[in-house]
Design a protein around this ligand. Structure first.
Ligand code: NDP
Length: 266
C-alpha cells in the first residue's frame, strides 16, 4: 500500500490486527462493495483500495460515494468507479446493466461484498408495519439476490472470486424486536449456504457470511441510541478479516460463517 495514506483510523487499528496482510494483497483485483458511502462499506472500500484493489463503489447517496472516490484517488494508486443506485428499487434490468458495464470495463469481477442494509423499525412482530418489512427485505435480501444473480457470470471470468455476505448476530440467533432485519439476515445466511454448495466443486467462487459485530456506525447508533459510540470498535478494527476473505489467502474457504469479533488467523 502507499507509504502514507491519510487514514489515521486504519493506522490505529492495524497494530491489533490478527492477520497482517501483505502489501498489495489485492493488487489487480476488481471488487464491488455495496453501501460504500458510509460505515463499514466505506472503510472496506478505502481499505481494499489501499491494498491494491480497483473498487466499484455502489451506494444510495452520490455525494457520499464521490467523497470516498476522491479519497481513494488522492491516497492510493487505484481509480475507483462510482455506481449511485438505490437497492430498494433495484430491478433486473438495473442489475444486468451493472453486470454488463462491469464486464465491459474489466472483463471480470473478483470480489463482491454485500454490505448495504436497512435496519428498519425495532418493534415486536405484532406491530411491525408491513410496508417497512417489504423495504427491509428489498434492500437486505432481494437486492442481494438480484446483484448476485446478475454478477455471477462476470465473477466466473475471474480465476478465483470471493463473495462476502454481511450478516449479523440476530441473523444467526433470533432476538425479540429485531423484526425484518433479523429475518432478512437469516435469508442471507441461507443464500450463502446454497450458493457455496452450488459452487463448491467448481472451486472458482467462494461464498462466506461475515458478522462484523457491534461496530461504530450510523446503523449501530440507530440501534443502540443510549450507547457511547466510543465504546464500540471502529469499522477499521476488523478489516483484517475483510482483507483475508477478499485476498487469495482465503482460497478454498467457502460456506463458512465468520464472526469478526472472535476470528483468529487460521
Ligand atoms: P450504515 O447504516 O452505517 O451504512 C449502510 C450503508 O448502506 C450506507 O452507505 C447506506 O447508504 C447504504 N444503503 C442503505 N440503504 C441502501 C439502499 N437502499 N441502496 C443503496 N445503499 C444503501 O451501516 P453499517 O456500516 O453499520 O452496516 C454495514 C453492514 O454491517 C450491514 O449489512 C449491517 O447489517 C451489518 N452489521 C452492522 C453492525 C454494526 O454494529 N454496525 C453489526 C452487525 C452487522 P447511505 O449512506 O446513502 O444511506
Amino acid at each position: 500500500m502507499p507509504a502514507n495514506p491519510d487514514y489515521p483510523e486504519l493506522e490505529a487499528a492495524r497494530t491489533d490486527w490478527r492477520w497482517q496482510p501483505p502489501a498489495g494483497c489485492l493488487d489487480g483485483k476488481v471488487i464491488l462493495v455495496t453501501g460504500a458511502g458510509d460505515g463499514i462499506g466505506c472503510a472496506a472500500a478505502r481499505c481494499f483500495a489501499c491494498y491494491g484493489a480497483t473498487v466499484i463503489l455502489l451506494g444510495r447517496t452520490r455525494s457520499k460515494l464521490e467523497t470516498v472516490s476522491d479519497w481513494i484517488t488522492s491516497n492510493t494508486t487505484t481509480e475507483p468507479v462510482i455506481v449511485p443506485s438505490d437497492l430498494a428499487v433495484l430491478g433486473e434490468d438495473n442489475a444486468q446493466a451493472l453486470a454488463d458495464a462491469t464486464n465491459d470495463a474489466f472483463g471480470r469481477l473478483d470480489g463482491l461484498v454485500h454490505n448495504a442494509s436497512l435496519l428498519g423499525p425495532k418493534v415486536p412482530i405484532a406491530h411491525y408495519p408491513p410496508g417497512e418489512w417489504q423495504k427491509v427485505f428489498a434492500v437486505n435480501t432481494q437486492a442481494v439476490f438480484m446483484l448476485t444473480h446478475a454478477l455471477l457470470p462476470v465473477m466466473e471470468h475471474s480465476e478465483r472470486a470471493s463473495i462476502v455476505m454481511t450478516s449479523s448476530s440476530v441473523g444467526r440467533q433470533g432476538r425479540a424486536y429485531w423484526g425484518a432485519y433479523a429475518v432478512s439476515k437469516f435469508a442471507v445466511e441461507g443464500l450463502t449456504q446454497v450458493l457455496a454448495d452450488e459452487y463448491e466443486n467448481a472451486g472458482k467462487i467462494r461464498v462466506n457470511s461475515l458478522n462484523p459485530g457491534g461496530t461504530r456506525t450510523a446503523m449501530r447508533s440507530a440501534a443502540y441510541p443510549g450507547e457511547d459510540p466510543q465504546s464500540v470498535p471502529t469499522p477499521e478494527t476488523h478489516m483484517d478479516l475483510y482483507l483475508y476473505l477478499l485476498s487469495d489467502q482465503s482460497i478454498g474457504v467457502t460456506g463458512q460463517q465468520f464472526d469478526a469479533r472472535t476470528w483468529q488467523q487460521p
